[in-house]
Structure formats: C-alpha cells, structure tokens
Design a protein around this ligand. Structure first.
Ligand code: ZN
Length: 218
C-alpha cells in the first residue's frame, strides 16, 4: 500500500492512478516515457562516454570503460523492455522496478502420454474390428514392444522397421510397420531383436498396422 500523492488516501502500491481522485501516481519519467528513454540513451551512450573520454585516464582504460558502459546500458535497456513487455504498459521506464520478480520459467508443452499396448493386442484389435481400432488408436500415440523382422527403406523413401508380436521367424500374421524421420537410431539394430517404440498410429492396410513418426525408447 502507498498514499496517493494528491488526496493521501491509501491505494495499491502498484497503482499508476489513484482509485479515489484519479491522480496520476507516476513520477515525471513514468509520465514522459519517450523523453525519458531519449534522455537515458543520450546519457548512457553519449554524455557518460564523453566525460570518460575527456578524463585524464590512459586511452586503454577509457576505451574499456566506455565499452563497459555501453554493454551495461544495453543490458539494462534490453531487460527493461522485456519486463515492460511482460508487465504491459504502466510502470515507469527509466527507474527499474524495485520488485524483483523471478522470471516465469518456460514450461514445456505437455506431450500426451502414449497408450501402452501389447503388440499382439494392437494387432488383434485391428484384426477383430478395424473401425473400433481406428477409433481407439488412429491419430494417437502408442507405445509397444515387439520383434524386428525387417529394417529398411520403403518406396516413399521412409526408413522403417517391420515388427512382429513374437520372435517367430515364420510369423505370417498382421505385422506393424514403424516409420522413422531419420535412420540414425536404426543402423545399430538387428533382425530378431526386441525393441520398444513410440509412434502415432495411422491405420491398418494390407495386413500391416502403420505407426508414423516413431522414436525408439530402447
Ligand atoms: Zn487520490
């Protein structure tokens, strides 16, 4: 809380205008933002460096000092304009805010947790009722563990793994095809090996359930 400059009533400490008498609570700099910024630029970038230059110091010190002043001034201006951007209009520009609020940490967009499913269950669901399986999986992320039967590149140029629900080399049921954005993780894999992948379920066609944009979990 603070007292209004005009009517002396208690008002919010962050208020720029009195809620009773409407008096402007900002100081001169806050009311004249463009002029204050202009003056600050003149002072930090020209006047202070000029005074340093005119001093009796060695040239090397002058140069370093002026460089420092410019760097500090630029940092202050950048930080101040960032704060203004966050707080919106209202706060005085030149005198920095006394309230040192910690910057809000950027929280990553929560990615949807994948549906954990057995490879055999996913295949059985598509085999039993494609429409129901589409409703359940298509467009969603699924995570499953299965056995590699093929590591290759298709006609479209996509790198893919063919996965079977078991390690039987004579398995002829529905398989799962996982396409990958790049082959980096695939080159070290071997046929017959079990892998866990996360991918976006597409659909089943020609006896193959397709997962797109896959990534290897292990
Ligand atoms: Zn007032």
């Amino acid at each position: 809380m603070k007292k209004c400059k005009a009517c002396k009533k208690e008002i919010d400490s962050k208020a720029t205008r009195c809620s009773f008498c409407r008096a402007d609570q900002r100081n001169w700099f806050g009311r004249h933002k463009v002029i204050s910024i202009f003056l600050a630029v003149i002072f930090w970038y020209l006047s202070l460096p000029y005074l340093i230059w005119k001093s009796g110091m060695k040239t090397i010190f002058k140069v370093v000092l002026i460089g420092l002043v410019w760097i500090i001034a630029t940092t202050l201006f950048v930080n101040n304009s960032k704060q203004q951007g966050k707080a919106g209009a209202g706060q005085a520009s030149v005198s920095s805010n006394s309230s040192n609020q910690s910057a809000p940490t950027e929280t990553p967009v929560p990615t949807e947790a994948p549906i954990q499913v057995e490879a055999s269950t996913l295949i059985a669901d598509y085999d039993k009722n494609k429409l129901a399986a589409q409703e359940k999986y298509t467009g969603k992320k699924v995570q499953l563990t299965a056995f590699i039967s093929n590591i290759s590149q298709d006609f479209g140029g996509s790198y893919f793994l063919s996965l079977n629900p078991n390690g039987d080399q004579y398995y002829f049921g529905t398989s799962i095809k996982c396409t990958f954005p790049d082959k980096s993780g695939l080159t070290s894999l071997e046929k017959g090996q079990s892998v866990t992948v996360i991918g976006e379920a597409e659909d089943m066609s020609l006896g193959i359930v397709v997962l797109r944009k896959c990534e290897l979990v292990k």
